[in-house]
Design a protein around this ligand. Structure first.
Ligand SMILES: [Zn+2]
Length: 407
C-alpha cells in the first residue's frame, strides 16, 4: 500500500533560496513545454505525428538547459518530473475529458517533486542539492522506519514549506469481507446535509467551515480596498492564504473522520460514482462543502474500505436515485430540487428526500452486484408498512470534529 505523510519543513535562509530556485525552474520548464506542446499541435495537426510526448520534451530539455544554464542549479530529476506532470495533465485532457493544462503561477502552484535518492536522517530529509538535509517536525518516529521512499513533493503554502513523503507501507490489510447485503449501506451526498445513510443516519455539514468562510469573505473585501503593491496588501494576502489553508485542513479532517467512521461501521458501502470533471461544471451547487469535497470523500472512502477490508460499490451518477420511490418503485417525474420531502402518490410514502435517495442507492448497488432481484413483488408493496417520515439519528462522532492540525 502506498501512503503519504506530510511534514512541515524549516529551511535556513540559504536553503530557502535554493527551494525558491527549484519552484521557479520547475514552473518555468512546465510552462515552457506547455506552450511548446500547444504550438506543436497547432502546426502539426494534420501531420502523422501531431503531438509531442514525454520523451520528445525530455530531449528538448537537454537543449533548453544549454540555453538557460541556471537550470543546472536545480535537481535535474525534479525538472524531468515537471515534464511528467505536464504529460499526465495532457493525457488526462485527451483521454479523460479534463480541462486543458493551465500555466502554473508563481505563489499559487509552488511545488516540485524528487523521485530518487531520498533519505531520512533523524529529523532531516536529504535529497540531491540538499545533501545536508532539510529540518522537519512531525512524524519522526514513524518515518525513521521507512526502508524506501518512492517520491517526495515539496510545496509552499502561505509562506510555509511542506514535504509530502510518499512511500510503500507493508500491506497488512485485513481479509476482505464477503460481498453481502447484510450490514450494507447506501450513501447520498448532498448540499443540505453532507451525507444521508440508508439506515437513517444523517451527517450534518460541519459548522466551523461556514465560520471560516465568513472570515475569508470579509478579508477578501478588505483586500479589494488595499492599494496594489502596498505592504499592507501583501500582509493581507498572506493572512488570506493562511485562512484558506485552515479551511482546507478542516475539510480534510472532516472528510477523514466521516469516511473512517463509515468504513469501520459497515461491510458493504454503496455510493454514486462521482467524477471530478463532471462536477467542476456545477459551481453553483457548491455551498458549504464543495463538489470537490465529494470527490475527495469518494477517494478517501475507497482507500479506507481497502484498509478495513470492506466493499465499496459505485453506481452510475445518473441512476434515478432521487425520483424513485424507495418503497414501491414508482418514479416521480415532477420532483423538484426544492422538494425536501418525497411524497409518493402511488403508495403514500412520505419520506425525507435524501433518505429516500440513500435507500435507492443501496438498492441499485445491491442489484448491480446481483445480491438483490430488480423488482419488488406486488405482495411486498401491498404489505409494506413504510409510511410516514423516518426519524433521523445524528452521528455524534462527526460533530466533534477538531478544527485542524497545523497553524
Ligand atoms: Zn411509492
Amino acid at each position: 500500500m502506498i501512503v503519504a505523510t506530510k511534514v512541515k519543513l524549516y529551511p535556513n535562509e540559504k536553503q530557502k533560496v535554493l527551494l525558491e530556485k527549484h519552484f521557479g525552474s520547475c514552473r518555468f520548464v512546465y510552462n515552457y513545454f506547455l506552450a511548446k506542446r500547444d504550438e506543436y499541435y497547432l502546426t502539426h495537426k494534420d501531420a502523422e505525428k501531431s503531438s509531442l510526448n514525454y520523451l520528445d520534451t525530455q530531449n528538448m530539455l537537454t537543449e533548453l538547459k544549454k540555453q538557460y544554464p541556471w537550470l543546472y542549479e536545480v535537481n535535474a530529476q525534479s525538472l524531468q518530473m515537471s515534464l511528467r506532470f505536464l504529460d499526465n495533465a495532457f493525457k488526462n485532457f485527451f483521454h479523460h475529458n479534463t480541462e486543458h493544462p493551465k500555466f502554473r503561477k508563481k505563489g499559487k502552484n509552488d511545488y516540485f517533486a524528487v523521485p530518487q535518492h531520498i533519505r531520512i536522517k533523524g529529523n532531516r530529509v536529504c535529497f540531491p542539492k540538499f545533501k545536508e538535509g532539510l529540518y522537519f517536525k512531525g512524524s519522526e518516529e514513524k518515518l525513521s522506519e521507512i526502508k524506501e521512499i518512492n517520491q517526495i513533493v515539496v510545496t509552499k503554502d502561505a509562506g510555509d514549506y511542506y514535504c509530502s513523503i510518499i512511500y510503500e507501507k507493508e500491506d497488512n490489510a485485513p481479509v476482505k469481507k464477503p460481498l453481502s447485503a447484510e450490514n450494507s449501506v447506501g450513501i447520498d451526498l448532498g448540499v443540505e446535509k453532507f451525507a444521508t445513510l440508508s439506515d437513517g443516519i444523517a451527517v450534518e455539514n460541519p459548522r466551523f467551515v461556514e465560520k471560516v468562510e465568513k472570515r475569508i469573505n470579509k478579508l477578501q473585501k478588505q483586500l479589494s480596498r488595499k492599494r496594489k503593491g502596498s505592504k499592507n496588501r501583501e500582509k493581507l494576502i498572506l493572512k488570506l492564504q493562511r485562512k484558506y489553508r485552515k479551511l482546507r485542513n478542516m475539510r480534510e479532517d472532516f472528510l477523514d473522520k466521516v469516511s473512517t467512521a463509515i468504513a469501520k461501521r459497515y461491510d458493504t458501502i454503496i455510493m454514486e460514482d462521482l467524477k471530478v470533471q463532471g462536477m467542476m461544471r456545477n459551481h453553483h451547487v457548491s455551498k458549504s462543502l464543495s463538489d470537490v469535497s465529494f470527490y475527495a470523500f469518494r477517494l478517501k472512502l475507497e482507500w479506507k474500505a481497502t484498509k478495513y477490508g470492506k466493499n465499496l460499490i459505485l453506481i452510475g451518477r445518473f441512476d434515478p436515485s432521487s425520483k424513485l420511490c424507495s418503497n414501491c418503485g414508482n418514479i416521480k417525474h415532477d420532483l423538484r430540487l426544492s422538494d425536501r420531502i418525497y411524497h409518493c402518490e402511488v403508495c403514500g410514502l412520505i419520506i425525507d428526500r435524501d433518505y429516500n435517495a440513500s435507500k435507492n442507492i443501496r438498492k441499485i448497488g445491491l442489484i448491480k452486484v446481483g445480491l438483490v432481484q430488480p423488482e419488488s413483488t406486488p405482495v411486498e408493496t401491498a404489505t409494506s408498512g413504510l409510511r410516514g417520515i423516518y426519524p433521523y439519528r445524528q452521528m455524534s462522532v462527526i460533530e466533534a470534529g477538531s478544527p485542524e492540525a497545523s497553524s
